[in-house]
Design a protein around this ligand. Structure first.
Ligand SMILES: [Fe+2]
Length: 355
């Protein structure tokens, strides 16, 4: 199986993974042979890449972070919570379903690998806020697990992360979905969502105050330039620091109405460049060891001009996975070559090319 940009997918290719929407519903099952009209429709719906079957890459490992069932349950939970709050019926907001959702996510994550290779099944850009909340929670829980959080802390933290953007319910959709740059006053309006979310959660006895603080603090920055309070360094709670990394990474790697998704390796570089500025360097040490920069199946170009795909991750060396190459420039090699990049210090991945 390999990851292919939808525009390079050839008619008749066979899907190796299902195509799902953000509520976890399957649009196209794996094994489906795609037609030109499917390809056109998927592109229009925002599916930039697809997993395609490839006999040469049968051993590519795919670790799903959470199951489709868990994703569907999480989606319904957020949908219900949002409905209650929108209708002003906040008292009906019970945390029990949210707690169960986090529990289910944790159970799934304990069975997946400790490197987060594929944050999600491939998705389009419908329902961005729900999709974003679920994926940010997955990533935050991976960071929480890697930080050695107790089960109590994982639940408390996860519940806060799943609800971190709940305050956006009170921000006009015309501002949230704006495709052009925001005016200063519009940005001020968006900034209010952390405080609104904090207030909603802290009024609810089912949430601990620390869960509510995830919503309050997820836009604070290590150097004090964040909002709403401009907290600095360790004034920010560890939940806030972890949530900030997960929130930004997820936002960068997701396709948005106004831009394409950024490749995981570029998002990784950006996050690392923000050490000591936006993010706590200690949190980034954990992040570095638990995120696959080049997810398995990705198309890569090596520094020697050879091109192929990532087959497997090397835990602890996310930038040096196992790869298999098939091409030298545009020429097909006489036989595929496998490289474990840990043993090839002179070889580097220089570009991601999903074709
Ligand atoms: Fe936010």
């Amino acid at each position: 199986m390999r990851l292919v940009n939808t525009r390079y997918v050839e008619e008749g290719s066979v899907l190796a993974r299902p195509v799902i929407n953000s509520s976890g519903r399957i649009l196209l099952q794996s094994g489906v042979r795609v037609t030109a009209s499917y390809i056109g429709r998927l592109m229009a719906m925002g599916y930039d890449v697809l997993f395609i079957q490839d006999d040469r890459l049968e051993d590519v490992e795919f670790h799903m972070s959470i199951t489709g069932q868990t994703r569907e349950a999480a989606y319904k939970t957020i949908e219900n919570v949002s409905k209650y709050i929108e209708s002003g019926n906040e008292s009906a907001l019970k945390a029990v379903s949210i707690r169960e959702t986090i529990q289910q996510m944790l159970n799934d994550l304990l069975f997946s690998s400790d490197i987060l290779g594929n944050l999600t099944e491939i998705q389009g850009y419908d329902d961005y806020t729900f999709h974003h909340s679920i994926n940010t929670t997955i990533m935050a829980l991976v960071l929480g697990l890697a930080s050695g959080f107790s089960e109590h802390k994982l639940l408390e933290f996860g519940m806060g992360v799943l609800m971190h953007d709940i305050g956006k319910i009170q921000v006009p959709a015309s501002i949230l979905n704006k495709k052009t740059p925001l005016l200063a006053e519009e940005f001020e309006e968006i900034k209010r969502h952390s405080t609104i979310g904090f207030d909603i959660l802290r009024r609810n006895n089912d949430f601990s105050l620390l869960s509510a603080h995830v919503a309050f603090q997820h836009h604070e920055k290590w150097d004090g330039s964040g909002y709403p309070r401009g907290l600095k360094g360790n004034e920010i709670h560890e939940y806030g620091k972890l949530a900030a990394v997960a929130d930004v990474y997820e936002a960068l790697t997701s396709r948005r109405v106004y831009r394409k998704a950024i490749e995981p390796n570029d998002a990784f570089e950006y996050i690392i460049s923000q050490s000591n500025k936006h993010f706590d360097p200690q949190v980034l040490e954990i992040f570095k060891r638990h995120i696959a920069i080049y997810p398995s199946g990705s198309g890569i170009l090596l520094s020697n001009g050879q091109r192929g795909n990532v087959v497997k991750q090397n835990p602890a060396f996310p930038n040096r996975p196992l790869v298999r190459v098939f091409y030298q420039g545009e020429e097909t090699l006489p036989a595929p070559i496998d490289y474990n990049l840990i043993d090839q210090p002179s070889l580097m991945i220089v570009a991601v090319e999903n074709r």
